[in-house]
Design a protein around this ligand. Structure first.
Ligand SMILES: Cc1cc2nc3c(=O)[nH]c(=O)nc-3n(C[C@H](O)[C@H](O)[C@H](O)COP(=O)(O)OP(=O)(O)OC[C@H]3O[C@@H](n4cnc5c(N)ncnc54)[C@H](O)[C@@H]3O)c2cc1C
Length: 429
């Protein structure tokens, strides 16, 4: 059967691979000049710059099923984080997985001894829960959940707000506690990693599995509408004026675009972020942890010396630094860099040598991503759309049918392929 998949992000790529395995013929249409969607990397002056700082949890179930992890040459972060506040740093980590830092973590003033014990017990208990159990049942915000579990205000403000704020792009911790628990489970069960050649290696590997006889990829081609035959969707209209006809159409575009194309109400509230990159001749740290900004009135939420984690991200002898800002304030590049540099200098107050070295760093590039994730308030997940729509022939794939993550996008792609295959091969459907 002939199937059109619109959008070559992770959801569209996995959908294409899975449909190909079922023996179908797929045309994958992508509006931009390449594959990967929100997971792409650029090479600038020999530096690998992900289009927005992001990481992979190698325990993600869909990642385990669809990627050959050894070939990605994964570079792990060390567990936990360095908390920067008022010119001092402290380390919080998982003592069972990070022995070298556990002594420092025991003495860290970022959390009470009870906090450390509670966090350890919670993350261990999550390894005994299935993912399905985690997503079930009533929901509250991450903040309400942490308070319910009697975590102190200090660990909430110093650690959870910047750490999970960086993951959900929401420092207020108003995101669903289901997301928090799922990610804590992933952190407890696996590593936080980046591929040695950039996050863009993930979609590249998925596309390497395309079989030319079954899959045609068309980049720089946007779908601008659907073609109907009576009530059935039978194809798509392209921006070059042509139409393509198929047995089924899978929309694997971000929710706001799927909403426009399909006329369906889909989750559309956006969480945005900005990533800034610098390079320099001296490493600010050899630490492989994320740095969290635990000051009040923050501009930068988190930062990291990426080349300490993945040396190929920088040419030999050079060092790459990234910083993430939550939201997309309307600043010029200069204003963004100036505000971020001031905040990073404040985070580095504990180390004058690092401050000196950073003042010599060169600005590389800024990425503004107004739609990085969709907002996930408590209770949203059971209301997310199904892959099968009420319009015959039309299907949805994308993170927004599951949750906002790499795992969710890939899971959605896998699920939609099974449903499309079922519908096309079941008589009278
Ligand atoms: C900065 C940032 C940080 C993140 N951090 C993390 C993280 O640390 N961990 C994590 O798990 N997740 C993270 N995420 C989220 C994760 O990257 C996304 O959830 C996931 O990549 C979404 O994949 P998708 O296939 O659903 O959508 P997309 O990647 O958005 O793919 C949709 C594709 O459709 C194409 N398209 C759009 N309109 C059309 C059209 N009309 N015609 C044809 N093609 C079209 C787009 O160009 C795009 O390629 C982050 C995202 C960003 C941006």
């Amino acid at each position: 059967m002939k199937i059109i998949v619109v959008g070559a992000g992770l959801a569209g790529l996995v959908a294409t691979r899975a449909l190909q395995q079922f023996g179908h013929e797929i045309t994958l249409i992508e509006a931009s000049d390449g594959i990967g969607g929100r997971v792409r990397s650029d090479v600038v002056d020999g530096f690998t710059l992900d289009r927005g700082f992001q990481v992979l949890f190698d325990a993600y179930p869909a990642v385990q099923s669809w990627l050959s992890l050894p070939e990605l040459e994964l570079c792990p972060f060390d567990p936990g984080a360095v908390i920067c506040r008022h010119g001092q740093t402290s380390v919080l980590t998982d003592p069972l997985r990070d022995l070298p830092a556990s002594w420092a973590a025991i003495w860290s003033n970022a959390a009470t001894p009870f906090d450390k014990l509670r966090l350890l017990l919670l993350s261990r208990s999550l390894t005994r829960w299935s993912s399905a159990q985690l997503w079930d049942g009533p929901d509250i915000s991450t903040l309400a959940y942490l308070r319910q579990r009697r975590f102190s205000t200090r660990i909430i403000e110093w650690f959870f707000a910047p750490f999970y704020g960086g993951i959900f792009l929401d420092r207020s911790l108003s995101t669903s506690a289901k997301c928090f628990l799922f990610d804590l489970k992933m952190l407890a069960e696996g590593r936080t990693v980046i591929p040695s050649r950039g996050m863009g290696a993930i979609p590249q590997q998925l596309a390497e599995g395309f079989v030319a006889a079954q899959t045609t990829l068309r980049c720089n081609t946007a779908v601008v509408g659907l073609v109907h035959e009576e009530t059935r969707v039978v194809g798509v209209r392209l921006n070059d004026g042509h139409a393509l006809i198929a047995d089924a159409v899978v929309l694997a575009v971000p929710a706001p675009i799927a909403q426009q194309l399909a006329g369906l109400a889909l989750p559309s509230e956006a969480k945005g972020t900005i990533t800034l990159y610098w390079e320099g001749d001296t490493a600010l740290t050899t630490n492989r942890k994320l740095w969290l900004n635990a000051n009040s009135d923050t501009f930068v939420n988190n930062a990291c010396q990426l080349s300490a984690i993945a040396p190929h991200y920088a040419p030999a002898g050079r060092h790459l630094l990234s910083a993430s800002v939550l939201g997309v304030p309307e600043y010029s590049d200069d204003e963004l860099y100036a505000a971020a540099e001031a905040d990073l200098q404040r985070m580095l107050d504990y180390d004058p040598a690092a401050q000196q070295a950073f003042s010599r760093y060169r600005r590389l590039r800024i990425y503004r991503i107004p739609y990085a994730q969709f907002a996930q308030p408590p209770g949203i997940h059971p209301t997310l759309p199904a892959n099968r729509t009420s319009q015959a022939g039309l299907y949805l794939a994308g993170e927004y049918t599951e949750a906002s993550s790499i795992d969710a996008a890939m899971t959605s792609g896998e699920k939609v392929a099974k449903i499309v295959h079922h519908d096309l091969t079941t008589p009278n459907h």
